[in-house]
Ligand binder design. Structure first.
Ligand SMILES: NC(=O)c1ccc[n+]([C@@H]2O[C@H](COP(=O)([O-])OP(=O)(O)OC[C@H]3O[C@@H](n4cnc5c(N)ncnc54)[C@H](O)[C@@H]3O)[C@@H](O)[C@H]2O)c1
Ligand SMILES: O=c1ccn([C@@H]2O[C@H](COP(=O)(O)OP(=O)(O)O[C@H]3O[C@H](CO)[C@@H](O)[C@H](O)[C@H]3O)[C@@H](O)[C@H]2O)c(=O)[nH]1
Length: 326
């Protein structure tokens, strides 16, 4: 059966890929976004409803007009470093406003609520591959904001909401169709910055910390293709729809493999055909030395597995960065 899905943050990087995946599956994505960080050009697969997730009246209007059966909640501020400098902005936009959205979802009897969480909730890793049962110990206000929304969703299960928090590791790559991709301003993410540096479209990459307790001194991350992430959202909605009772679950979405910042930079240079110009800088406050996921639960419960490796992610990033609107 096809469903209407309200996608908050649908004009952003991951949200636009989720909207495309929904439309390709025959569902109707309604994009709900302020466009503060997102782009109108990225809304290509369903209506755009401009609005803020903290605006109760606007939410009621949009829920009543479109009658969505599911909500995918991606809207929020996303930068670890910025959140350390401006914690109140993250608390207000990500947490307080999400409470308004969750309340609206309960009042409008949403059947499935899927939330974009992050592996950053785990903080300092106590195991090689992080499982969903790893202690929650955020190192930044950004990660803290995500943990708080997870708690609110667990609490909302008592009010009848069925939800899943998808703890993404590092989203990467771009859709193969070539019309959407990562376009943050300013860009702070590693792979697009490495691509821009290699292509001569941006400054040299700064390695933010080379004295971490890792084999080459740079942080280790688990990169997952944005189209693989998008696919997991559809599976999460179907999985929630198959549950008879309300409740809340968490799922890691990564690749299960870690690459250091230096390795990801070297791979970007190899694929671009020219080394990435770079310099060494200080650590960025709030960064965890290593975040690599155990994805067994998503494989088992959602039937999901990532299909595109780091090389494919970098190829897509390079292709997108050459042609994206700037
Ligand atoms: N990019 C990653 O690697 C990554 C990893 C883990 C989790 N996440 C989470 O995934 C989600 C999407 O990330 P992204 O990289 O696509 O970010 P993005 O900035 O490209 O998209 C976020 C969108 O949310 C919108 N938005 C922000 N605040 C809003 C509000 N109050 N009301 C309505 N719209 C609002 C922005 O305009 C933007 O279009 C975020 O919640 C982020 O925390 C991202
Ligand atoms: O110019 C740069 C940018 C990044 N890094 C490093 O590269 C790694 C990855 O950084 P980045 O691409 O900014 O991603 P994260 O800080 O890991 O955060 C992303 O991935 C998280 C999950 O790990 C999400 O929660 C966040 O929303 C998303 O921004 C980190 O060690 C950074 O210190 C650099 O060395 N130089």
């Amino acid at each position: 059966m096809t469903v209407t899905v309200l996608v908050t943050g649908g004009a952003g990087y991951i949200g636009s890929h989720v909207c495309k995946a929904l439309a390709e599956a025959g569902d109707t994505p309604v994009c709900y976004d302020t466009l503060e960080k997102g782009h109108e050009w990225a809304v290509q697969w369903g209506p755009l409803e401009k609005g803020d997730i903290g605006d109760k009246a606007r939410l009621d209007e949009v829920f009543t007009r479109h009658r969505p059966r599911a909500v995918i909640h991606l809207a929020g501020y996303i930068e670890v470093g910025e959140s350390v400098r401006q914690p109140e902005r993250y608390l207000h936009n990500n947490v307080t406003k999400s409470y308004a959205l969750i309340d609206a979802a309960v009042r409008h009897h949403i059947e499935a609520f899927v939330f974009s969480s992050t592996c950053a909730v785990y903080g300092l890793p106590q195991m090689e591959l992080l499982t969903e049962t790893h202690p929650i110990a955020p190192l930044s206000p950004y990660a803290e904001s995500k943990a708080k929304i997870e708690d609110a969703l667990a609490e909302a299960a008592g009010r009848g909401l069925r939800s899943a928090a998808l703890r993404y590791f590092n989203a990467a790559g771009a859709d193969s169709g070539g019309t959407i991709g990562e376009a943050h301003n300013p860009e702070t993410h590693l792979l697009p910055l490495a691509a821009d540096a290699a292509l001569g479209l941006g400054p040299a990459l700064t390695l933010l910390g080379t004295d971490y307790p890792t084999p080459d001194g740079s942080c280790i991350r688990d990169f997952v293709h944005v189209s693989d992430l998008a696919d997991a959202h559809l599976r999460a909605i179907a999985w929630l729809g198959g549950r008879s009772a309300s409740g809340h679950e968490t799922f890691n979405l990564g690749s299960g493999s870690g690459y250091s910042v230096r390795q990801a930079m070297a791979e970007s240079g190899r694929i671009a055909g020219t080394p990435v110009p770079h310099a060494v800088g200080p650590r960025r406050p709030g960064d965890s030395p290593k975040l690599v996921g155990d994805i067994a639960k998503a494989k088992r419960e959602l039937g999901w597995s990532p299909k595109r490796d780091l090389a494919a992610q970098i190829e897509d990033t390079l292709r997108w960065r050459r042609k994206m609107p700037r």
